[in-house]
Every structure is written in structure tokens, then in C-alpha cells.
Design a protein around this ligand. Structure first.
Ligand SMILES: [Fe+2]
Length: 207
């Protein structure tokens, strides 16, 4: 007798073999999880990936680091997918799904902690669960945070200030997301400074 259970092809996608490129597989996974159910989120993610590629230019990173950063940009918001949402806190749900499907901890950590997620996690009771994933401050994390903070909800390129204003307008100034976004914007500005300094240590000045 034929099963009536809907098939989820994305869930059948394995993580790349160890040492294999992450970014192309991450793009496919994000596409499968987002493009039908959440087309605006998919547009946002495409912009984040494009921004990350631009930000990575001239940074002192090995090829594996560049691959990891682009992969993180593709999958950072997969936790919004109704296919995999469990707690409703998207950084945690995305990281949990990636861990379950065999993706490397360096990637799951970037997803879990992207854009100062620990702040909102503290308000929502997810601090311990989030801490199970490694947080790795550094250039790769900075690229992801700045790429995310300069991508609008519909896929447009925005400034950090425009992104902040948009979130406050959509959620309302008193909402937890809006209050956290002020800190997220500050963290993104600091990350931008670090990226500039890494590209040109003589001109970058402030670390
Ligand atoms: Fe995002």
C-alpha cells in the first residue's frame, strides 16, 4: 500500500563528506528548505550569501575558511523552515537540524550563534541548548554577522542602520526582537571595523 506521507527531499540530502566543499551543498539545502514555503526568506538568504562573497574578498582566509563562511551564509536562517522548526527559535532549530544531518560543528556553531543569537536565547530560555554548539569569534563569524545585518527581508542590500529601522518597524519598538536588534546592529558595526582592519591592518586601526 502506497504511503501518503509527504516526501521531503531536503531531509534526504546528506552533508558533504569530510573535507568536501560545504557551500554548494549548503545552498541546495537552504533552497530546498526555504524557497517554496518562505520565498522572502529565501531572497534574504541569497542576498546574505552574495554579501558574504563580497566581504570575503581580500580577507586573509584559507579556501576552507571561505567555503565555511559562504556555507554559513546559505544555511544561517534554515531554522525558519516549518519543515524543521521545533523550538521556534530559528538559530537553535537550524543548528540542531544541521547537527542531526551530519554537518560539521564549525558550521552548526556559526548558525547557532549568528547575529548575537545568545542574547535572544537568554530571554527565551535557550541558553543551555545554544551553548551545546561552539561559538567561534573571528573573521568568518564577522563576515556572517555583517552579511546578515546588511541584507533586507526581501533580499535587498541595506545598511546596518536601515536593517535596524526595518526590524523595529516590523516588530514594534518594545518587542524583544527589536530590543535585541539594537545590540545586534552594534555587534555588526564592530565586526565591520574588524573586517576592514583585517583587509588592511595599516589603515584599519581599531580592532
Ligand atoms: Fe538572516
Amino acid at each position: 500500500m502506497a504511503s501518503t506521507t509527504p516526501q521531503q527531499p531536503s531531509l534526504a540530502r546528506p552533508a558533504p563528506a569530510a573535507g568536501g566543499a560545504l557551500a554548494p551543498a549548503a545552498e541546495r539545502a537552504a533552497h530546498d528548505l526555504l524557497h517554496l514555503d518562505l520565498p522572502r526568506r529565501w531572497a534574504h538568504v541569497q542576498r546574505v550569501a552574495a554579501n558574504a562573497v563580497e566581504l570575503l574578498e581580500d580577507l586573509p582566509l584559507e579556501a576552507a575558511g571561505v567555503d565555511l563562511a559562504v556555507a554559513a551564509a546559505w544555511v544561517h536562517d534554515i531554522g525558519y523552515s516549518p519543515t524543521l522548526a521545533v523550538t521556534g527559535f530559528h538559530p537553535l532549530d537550524g543548528a540542531t537540524w544541521l547537527t542531526t544531518h551530519g554537518w560539521p560543528s564549525a558550521l552548526t556553531g556559526l548558525v547557532a550563534h549568528h547575529s548575537l543569537a545568545r542574547l535572544e536565547a537568554g530571554h527565551r530560555g535557550h541558553t543551555t541548548a545554544l551553548a551545546a554548539h561552539p561559538d567561534s569569534p573571528g573573521l568568518i563569524r564577522d563576515v556572517l554577522w555583517v552579511a546578515d545585518a546588511t541584507s533586507g527581508p526581501g533580499g535587498q542590500r541595506v545598511t546596518i542602520e536601515e536593517r535596524l529601522a526595518d526590524v523595529v518597524a516590523r516588530y514594534g519598538p518594545e518587542d524583544l526582537v527589536s530590543r535585541c536588534m539594537h545590540a545586534v546592529a552594534g555587534a555588526a558595526r564592530t565586526a565591520e571595523v574588524r573586517l576592514r582592519a583585517a583587509r588592511d591592518p595599516l589603515k584599519g586601526g581599531v580592532m
